[in-house]
Design a protein around this ligand. Structure first.
Ligand code: NAD
Length: 445
């Protein structure tokens, strides 16, 4: 479904745009999305502080890399290598260099930091410096305009900047694939994973199952995984059969009509995928429902239905996958959480319990897959323009979609791009994490 964000269109119109500016109204900028063949960056990139990163960008990706800020140059991106930080005072020099070029950052520009995780074993000054990057990134993400974003990679102690997941995540954050990911710090836990031979087809040879694929975010995930080279099994309830077949045909995959809460859902999903495609590498748990009620008015039916679809089904299907012996070649589980599961949401106690559950589940499932080079991670969307959010009353909807740094709702494809990245071979070092796709929603961490 495309955006019905009339307000965004109005403030980007000539006359109406001027009026909105005069009255100090929010001025969301149209975001540029990925299309195959698009260059990684359109203009020069300033790389501060890390020679290895600068070499990677200049040599492997053939970008126009600058090591010193040139006044008046319009940079497409600034990468801050901060892995050597050992005292907060050392932040000053690179940060001031960044400050000097920010006003000239291109529309849709990118700021990406690469730093190390703070740990209780660090000396206090080291931990302070490292944790300081967190607050810094979240703040500049709130200051950037014109659809520009700021995100950070936070490397575990023994992970080099050349590790596949650092390289893959840096590329993701620099590209238009991450258009609606803003103000996020993504942990890179290990050097596991591998780089694709073709960055445009990182999922070539992989077979992916997507639940809830008949419409909305699931439909977009099916399309995006197929575009990236995967063979897709599209799963949805029998009632959505016609739409499901249309999606499966469009992505040249197969359709499986299945209620994910059925006791034999895991077995049927495995049987279909192995029989039709010979292997199973990626499972995206996207099927989800809402049954909103204040807890005082909650019925057991509404509570149980949400928990059954949104989390219990995922646990049962994962159990079937893990015990099958067929999910062992660097497998990937990507689950849909929600910012509601992080921050809580009035009227959504059941939904938030299920989505918080997803976050706990991936954290505990990831170690079970580690022996096969596998991962489990979650994506937490904020406000995304789908049939689910179209049901929100109009005034509330207008407010909800402005409550983030990009001042607009995301598109299903924004979630899909993030799922595709976490499902890719390069993301093998990202383990049990949650990546938010929320335009830096004001709620939650
Ligand atoms: P949607 O309602 O448009 O689509 C959900 C799909 O899941 C539907 O096709 C539905 O038939 C299917 N489904 C529901 N129950 C099922 C079952 N038992 N078995 C198989 N399929 C089932 O929802 P959406 O907005 O595309 O959301 C997709 C996921 O993203 C959900 O998990 C949702 O909680 C999550 N999410 C959405 C938003 C948002 O803003 N739209 C925000 C945060 C999280």
């Amino acid at each position: 479904m495309s955006s019905d964000d009339t307000y965004l269109n109005l403030v980007n119109g000539g006359f109406t745009g001027k009026v909105a500016k005069q009255f100090g109204l929010p001025q969301p900028a149209p975001l540029r999305r990925f299309a195959p063949g698009q260059p990684l960056l359109d203009g020069p990139v300033l790389v501060l502080g890390d020679d290895e990163l600068a070499d990677l960008l200049a040599t492997d990706w053939a970008l126009d890399v600058h090591r010193r800020p040139t006044p008046d140059l319009r940079y497409s991106a600034v990468v801050l290598g901060l892995t050597d930080l050992i005292h907060p005072s050392a932040l000053s020099a690179p940060v001031m260099e960044l400050a000097g070029v920010l006003k000239k950052l291109a529309r849709g520009g990118r700021v990406v930091t690469v730093s190390r995780a703070a740990s209780p074993e660090d000396a206090p000054s080291v931990a302070a410096a490292r944790q300081g990057v967190d607050g810094f990134v979240r703040s500049i993400a709130k200051e950037l305009r014109g659809g520009a974003t700021a995100n950070g990679l936070v490397l575990a102690a023994d992970v080099p900047v050349t590790a596949p997941s650092v390289v893959g995540a840096l590329r993701f954050f620099l590209s238009t694939r991450s258009a609606f990911v803003d103000g996020q710090l993504l942990a890179i836990d290990s050097s596991a994973g591998s780089l694709p031979s073709d960055w445009e087809r990182p999922l070539e040879g992989r077979v992916a199952v997507v639940t809830g694929a008949a419409r909305g975010i699931g439909e977009s995930i099916a399309e995006t995984l197929a575009r990236d080279g995967a063979v897709v099994v599209a799963v949805d309830v029998p009632a959505a059969g016609e739409q499901l077949v249309a999606v499966a045909n469009r992505v040249r995959g197969t359709a499986l009509q299945l209620d994910v809460t059925a006791p034999d859902a895991g077995a049927r999903l495995l049987e279909h995928t192995l029989q039709r495609h010979g292997r199973i590498d990626i499972v995206v748990h996207n099927a989800g429902i809402t049954r909103d009620k204040l807890l005082a008015n909650m019925t057991p039916e509404k509570w149980d239905a949400v928990l059954a679809v949104n989390i219990a089904s995922q646990l049962a299907i994962n159990e079937a996958l893990l015990t099958s012996g067929d999910f062992t070649d660097a497998p990937r589980i990507v689950s849909l959480a929600s910012t509601s599961g992080i921050a809580g949401n009035r009227g959504q106690a059941n939904y938030a319990a299920s989505k918080g559950g997803v976050i706990g589940m991936v954290r505990a499932t990831a170690p079970l897959l580690a022996a096969f080079g596998g991962t489990a991670n979650a994506v937490a969307p904020g406000f995304i323009e789908t049939e689910m959010t179209a049901r929100i009353p109009v005034v509330m909807r207008q407010v909800a979609r402005r409550l983030n740094s990009l001042q607009q709702g995301g598109q299903p494809v924004d979630v899909a791009e993030t799922v595709a990245f976490l499902a890719s071979p390069a993301a093998g070092g990202i383990v049990g994490r949650v990546l938010r796709v929320c335009g830096q929603n004001l709620v939650g961490q």
